[in-house]
Design a protein around this ligand. Structure first.
Ligand code: DGT
Ligand code: CA
Ligand code: CA
Ligand code: ZN
Length: 582
């Protein structure tokens, strides 16, 4: 087998999904379109790397359900070229922006086909113009509302385009660090910028290298195989663009004496730095990425460590996640930085799926993985019946599941306490997908919205408030429904819903899935101020996903949460009390 491009499952899935969308724009056979879509879904969630299976002559990719002979050939083509002939052919037929239009919410393949046909739309600004000139409403089933919605989505698209998931940045950072590990004379390589602040998406990657070998490391970094383009090279700086994805990486070589000042400067945020610099000036100093200097004689006051820089300014060290100029300097001045929740504080994970629905491992396998993480307890929370595609649980299966978990806990052979739970769908009208009697059998009920996310804010608010009326509900799952770089939060009256959740003792989730991170840090902080309590969960569909807990913790830290705000930092006995029925 020839070497492939080393693509991730996500890349394969994306290329298949894009092809199916293009086929739909072209009005091709719906059966074939569906087979591409099903293939994309099967690959996205597949626990093994598709790339490896394709590269292994002793194995056949068609053993994956949903992948037939036809798709197998296409996947081999993708592995070798990063695309497939079907996709390329369609991309030639339509403007190169076709794939971008597909990323606009409210604009499906069928509408795009109409816009191409009737208005010869080519660019994003063509689309905006069509909306502003009220042309879209001339098409069947389109109205003024559609135009407004498309305009809003284009606005959002412009804001997020060019950003990347935190996990992608981390992956590139660690590959680069690995590539540089044999260069001599390096004392540290640290990612700074938004990545160090734990922001959920990053614009570019900032890598800081310290030590006598730092300049040599820049030469080596320029050889990194994933580099597509060198954007600039200075004595102490290298800027490159990575691969197909187009992520920019800024790498800087630092002198040991200014390591701390550079860390502080390049970690940002810009707003935080501006505030710190104003303070420095007020105290008679100059602060730059090279150090903190006394104004009168340019003598160096600090710079070697970050701690030293903050200290010289009369400030406590500020955790990077808090550096957004949202009150952290006032706290640092009073030496009142809250002790933020840490990954080590987590004692359980309360949102995960198994093969009962759309998870990839059994209850026993998930329990074993959680035990290996050092957890004391987990909740198994499969989907409810509204998610028919994933074979969600009905009342009967809920009852059997609750009994099975009781027996497992009595036998104690899992070595970890399992709570019987469910991720129960919140239906369009706000009722829960399962009868209250059935929910009463379970230890831990999560309520989540998975459908009808395009309701008006008032209707969505009522829907959530109604869901909160269920006395068995313990947690509101991924409360805003956002998918990073993909789907915005659905609108609702956040304050009202939080107030009601607090009143009813329902906790709010911080979902650690790198595509969600929902609640965001900001909303978590707002909710905390209103008295909310939280669970940080992974929503794992595979044992490997349990590792995502760190992203949820980062997000919680960005929301200034302490361990006392997060229920799954409690011991098993305390957590049982927290969720006990009153
Ligand atoms: P990103 O890349 O958009 O996710 O956000 P950052 O925060 O990583 O921003 P980036 O990469 O432009 O710059 C990295 C850090 O360098 C930034 O957080 C603070 C610092 N920095 C960059 N430009 C300026 C500036 O004009 N003034 C100040 N004070 N700091 C800056
Ligand atoms: Ca950056
Ligand atoms: Ca940068
Ligand atoms: Zn969910």
């Amino acid at each position: 087998m020839p070497a492939g491009l080393n693509l991730e499952n996500r890349d394969y899935a994306r290329i298949l999904a894009e092809t199916s969308d293009l086929m739909e724009i072209a009005g091709e056979d719906s059966f074939r379109i569906r087979s591409y879509r099903n293939g994309a879904a099967a690959i996205e969630g597949y626990p093994e790397r598709i790339d490896e299976i394709l590269g292994d002559p002793t194995r056949s990719i068609t053993s994956i359900p949903g992948i037939g002979k036809g798709l197998a050939a296409i996947l081999a083509e993708i592995r070798a070229t990063g695309s497939c002939s079907q996709r390329e052919r369609l991309l030639e037929r339509y403007p190169p922006t076709a794939l971008e239009f597909l990323r606009i919410q409210g604009l499906g393949p069928k509408t795009i086909a109409l816009l191409f046909e009737h208005f010869h739309m080519q660019t994003m600004s063509d689309l905006e113009k069509l909306c502003r000139e009220q042309k879209i409403r001339e098409l069947p089933r389109m109205g003024a509302k559609t135009e407004e919605k498309i305009l809003r989505s284009v606005e959002q698209y412009k804001l997020r385009s060019g950003r990347f998931l935190l996990t992608f940045g981390e992956r590139i950072a660690s590959e680069l660090m690995d590539f540089l590990k044999d260069v001599e004379g390096i004392t540290s390589i640290i990612p700074a910028g938004s990545l160090r602040r734990g922001k959920e998406t990053i614009g570019d990657l900032d890598l800081l290298i310290t030590g006598p070998g730092a300049a040599a490391a820049l030469d080596r970094a320029a050889q990194f195989p994933r580099i597509d383009q060198v954007l600039g090279r200075g004595v102490n700086k290298l800027s490159v663009k990575i691969g197909r994805e187009g992520l920019q990486v800024d790498i800087r070589a630092l002198a040991a004496e200014s390591h701390g000042a550079a860390m502080q400067y390049f970690t940002g945020s810009k707003e935080h730095n501006v505030a710190v610099r104003i303070r420095a000036v007020r105290l008679g100093y100059k602060l730059s990425e090279y150090g903190l200097f006394r104004n009168e004689d340019d003598s160096r006051v600090a710079g070697e460590t970050e701690q030293g820089v903050y200290e010289a300014l009369g400030l406590a060290w500020v955790p990077p996640e808090m550096r957004e100029n949202c009150g952290e300097l006032e706290a640092a001045e009073q030496h009142a930085i809250p002790p933020l929740v840490r990954l080590e504080d987590m004692r359980g994970d309360l949102h995960m799926h198994t093969t009962e629905t759309d998870g990839r491992a059994s209850l026993e396998e998930m329990a074993e993985a959680a035990r290996a993480h050092g957890y004391e307890y987990i909740a198994i929370t499969d989907h409810s019946k509204a998610i028919a595609m994933s074979f969600g649980l009905n009342e009967e299966r809920v009852e059997a599941f609750a009994a099975r978990v009781r027996a497992l806990n009595e036998s104690a052979h899992l070595g970890i306490h399992v709570f019987s739970g469910i991720e129960c769908d919140i239906l369009r009208d706000g009722t829960l997908d399962l009868a209250w009697d059935a929910l009463a059998q379970l230890d831990f009920v999560i309520g989540s919205v998975h459908s009808h996310m395009n309701l008006e804010a008032a209707e969505m608010t009522d829907r959530l408030l109604r869901a909160l009326e269920c006395p068995h509900l313990r947690l509101l799952g991924h409360p805003t429904g956002r998918l990073l770089l993909n789907r915005d939060p659905y609108p609702f009256d956040f304050d009202r819903v939080v107030a009601e959740a607090v009143k009813r003792g329902v906790m709010l989730e911080i979902n650690s899935s790198p595509e969600r991170l929902d609640l965001s840090g900001n909303l978590a902080r707002t909710a905390k101020a209103k008295g909310a309590r939280f669970c940080i969960d992974t929503d794992a569909h595979h044992p490997n996903h349990l590792r995502n807990m760190r992203y949820g913790v980062l997000t919680a830290r960005r929301g200034w949460l302490e361990s006392g705000d997060v229920a799954n930092t409690l011991s098993l006995a305390e957590f049982k009390k927290q969720i006990a029925r009153v």
